[in-house]
Design a binder for this molecule. Structure first.
Ligand SMILES: Nc1ncnc2c1ncn2[C@@H]1O[C@H](COP(=O)(O)OP(=O)(O)O)[C@@H](O)[C@H]1O
Ligand SMILES: [Mg+2]
Length: 310
C-alpha cells in the first residue's frame, strides 16, 4: 500500500515537468498493473487485503512458506492454487507427499488427481500429468504420492518435480509449481535448477516446509515472498531472522501468531506484514463444507474488530 501511495503522489512530477519522473511513473505503473497478485488474507492490524505477487513482466517470483505442523501452510498452498487458477488463468502442478493438498482441493472441482501408488505409476508420470492438465477445468493437477513408501517417495519426488518442470516450461507464461513437505527434497538438484531457471520460464515456485533451514540460503535469496507462520521455538525464530533478514521487531511478532496467521515479507524489505490467511471451506481434519469460518467472512470481521480496537 505504501508503494501505491507513492505512485499516486508521483504525478506531481507532471506539473513540475520532470520528464524522467514521468517516465519512471509510467514504468512503475505498468509494473504495478502487470505483476499478478494472489490475495491470501487480511492485514491483522489494518484489515486490508494482502497478496503475494507471483508473476511480473520479467517472469515468475518464488515463495517460501514455513511454519510448524498444524499452522495452516498446506491450507494456504491450496488457496493460492485455486486463486492463481481463477484470477490469473495459471497452470498449477502441486506435488503432494501426504495427500493433504488433494483433500483441500478436491472440493473445488478445478483440480485433477494424479495418484502415484507404485514405482510403475511413477514411470509414466509425465504423460499422466499432461493428460490431467488437459482434463482439469482450472488447470490444477495434484500429484499425490501419499501411498508410496518413504524410500519410494524420496526416489520419485525428484522424478515428479523434473517432469512437472519440463511440462510447465512448455506451457508458456504463468504457471505455479507447489511442493508441500519440501524438506523431503531439500537436497535435490532438480529443485536448485528450478529455483534458478523457473523465474525466466514464468514458473513460480511455492515451497512449503517446517524448518527455515530446509530451504537453504540459495532458496531464501532467490525467493521474492516469504510467508512465515507462528512458533515459540527460539531456534526457529533465530533461523528466520538470519535467513530472511527480517527486522527484529517483526521476528518477535512471530510468537504471537495463532493458527492461520503469518508474517508476509517481500523481497528487498526487512519489514513484514502480519496476515490472517483466508480459510477455504474445508480443512484437512474436517473434510466437509465449512460454515461461518469459510472464505474469510468471519476472518474479515475479526480483522476489522482488531483494527477497530486500535
Ligand atoms: N487460514 C486459517 N484460518 C484458521 N484456521 C486454519 C487456517 N488454515 C488452517 N487452519 C487450521 O489449521 C489446521 C491445519 O492446517 P494445515 O494447512 O494442514 O497446516 P500445516 O500444513 O501447517 O500442517 C487445519 O485443519 C485448520 O483447522
Ligand atoms: Mg501441511
Amino acid at each position: 500500500m505504501k508503494s501505491f501511495n507513492k505512485r499516486v503522489i508521483q504525478p506531481r512530477g507532471l506539473i513540475l515537468g520532470k520528464f524522467w519522473e514521468l517516465v519512471d511513473y509510467l514504468d512503475s505503473m505498468t509494473r504495478y498493473v502487470e505483476s499478478a497478485f494472489v490475495p491470501i488474507g487480511y492485514d491483522i492490524l489494518l484489515g486490508r487485503i494482502v497478496g503475494i505477487p507471483l508473476w511480473d513482466d520479467t517472469g515468475a517470483r518464488h515463495t517460501v512458506v514455513v511454519g510448524p505442523t498444524g499452522r495452516g501452510k498446506t491450507s494456504l498452498a491450496a488457496l493460492v492454487a485455486v486463486l492463481s487458477s481463477l484470477l490469473h488463468n495459471a497452470t498449477v502442478v502441486a506435488v503432494d507427499p501426504k495427500g493433504d493438498l488433494w483433500s483441500l482441493l478436491s472440493w473445488s472441482g478445478l483440480a485433477v488427481h494424479v495418484e502415484v501408488e507404485s514405482s510403475r505409476d511413477a514411470a509414466y508420470l509425465a504423460s499422466r500429468i499432461l493428460r490431467a492438465l488437459g482434463e482439469s477445468v482450472g488447470g490444477i493437477v495434484v500429484v499425490d504420492i501419499r501411498y508410496l513408501s518413504e524410500g519410494e517417495k524420496y526416489l520419485h519426488l525428484e522424478t515428479a518435480l523434473s517432469d512437472a518442470f519440463s511440462l510447465l516450461q512448455g506451457v508458456g507464461r504463468r504457471s505455479l509449481l507447489i511442493v508441500d513437505e519440501f524438506w523431503r527434497v531439500k537436497e535435490s538438484y532438480v529443485v536448485r535448477k528450478i529455483v534458478r531457471e523457473g523465474r525466466s520460464s514464468g514458473i513460480s515456485l511455492m515451497l512449503v516446509s517446517q524448518q527455515p533451514e530446509d530451504f537453504g540460503p540459495d532458496v531464501w535469496s532467490n525467493s521474492s515472498n516469504s510467508v512465515v507462520f507462528g512458533s515459540h521455538d527460539e531456534t526457529y525464530l533465530e533461523s528466520i531472522k538470519r535467513l530472511s533478514g527480517m527486522a527484529s521487531q517483526d521476528v518477535s511478532f512471530i510468537r504471537r501468531l495463532g493458527v492461520g496467521e503469518a508474517l508476509v515479507q517481500y523481497h528487498g524489505s526487512r519489514r513484514a506484514l502480519p496476515v490472517r490467511v483466508l480459510q477455504a471451506p474445508i480443512t484437512v481434519k474436517n473434510p466437509g463444507v465449512g460454515g461461518t469460518g469459510s472464505w474469510g467472512r468471519v476472518r474479515y470481521g475479526q480483522a476489522a474488530d482488531s483494527a477497530a480496537q486500535r
